[in-house]
Design a protein around this ligand. Structure first.
Ligand code: ARG
Length: 245
């Protein structure tokens, strides 16, 4: 009797374990990118974390967030390591070669952060004949890719996170940082003596990266996201983290 009970118990436990595994969506991100994803009390919060939670809720699934290096996200999604990646990630032709993207849910603009007393006044100064300014970027981001193309690898210093790039600017190791506008604002607010230049570098659209073979998940995520956009949930989440001035 005891044995039978133990066997039934073990079976139940196995079944719940499987049910849970099936019911969990794993999201890869790089959680050093406020207001999209960042830590508060050891928890990843932000626009992406909340939209992802709302999508998971619609699909009746749990959400697990894995924090890793940004430049590993696209290859990891392509390799099936995460169900999706959400990281203020810009849709690019190159990334579309290896992953699918959902409908877009936000836009970003690559902005330039400088020290308050910087001689750099706009993007033209970076392109000027003989200019030798060194740009700090987060490795593998669109900011990195554009700057390396435009100014040459020798004028670009890559860092693991945006925070690290900004710390290098504060320490005088680079002349400016090029990064998405909303994280740029958060970094400037968190550090003395920095400002964002009025000029915009490149405009882009954010979406969720999903494995190319997982068309079922892509369709489900798109359906959920479209509903969340239509009913104002996405706007409300964005407004919560980016108050309009
Ligand atoms: N939008 C840029 C890109 O896609 C930067 C994203 C960085 N995201 C992050 N969570 N660190 O390359």
């Amino acid at each position: 009797m005891k044995k039978l009970f133990a066997a039934i118990l073990a079976l139940c436990m196995m079944m719940t374990a499987c049910a849970f595994a099936e019911g969990t969506l794993t999201m890869g991100t790089n959680a050093h990118f406020p207001p999209y994803e960042y830590y508060e009390d050891n928890q990843v919060i932000g626009i992406d974390a909340e939209i992802a939670a709302a999508i998971a809720a619609k699909l009746g699934m749990d959400l697990e967030i894995v924090d890793t290096d940004f430049d590993t996200l696209v290859p990891s999604v392509a390799a099936g390591k995460y169900d999706f990646a959400m990281a203020g990630m810009t849709v690019t032709e190159e990334r579309l070669q290896s992953v699918s993207f959902s409908v877009t849910y936000a836009t970003g603009v690559q902005s330039i952060i400088v020290k308050e007393d910087s001689p750099i006044t706009g993007v033209d100064d970076l392109y000027a004949e003989g200019a030798a300014y060194v740009v700090g970027v987060q490795q593998g981001t669109t900011g990195d890719i554009y700057c390396s193309d435009d100014f040459g690898a020798e004028r670009v210093m890559q860092y693991k996170t945006g925070n690290d790039a900004v710390a290098a600017l504060v320490a005088g190791k680079v002349d400016c940082v090029i990064i998405d506008n909303n994280p740029a604002k958060a970094y400037v607010d968190a550090n003395e003596g920095l400002k964002i230049l009025d000029t915009e570098y490149v405009e882009e659209e954010y979406a969720i990266a999903i494995n190319q073979t997982n068309t079922e998940l892509l369709e489900k995520v798109n359906a959920a996201l479209e509903e969340l956009i239509a009913d104002g949930t996405v706007d409300a989440i964005i407004a919560k983290y980016i108050p309009v001035e």
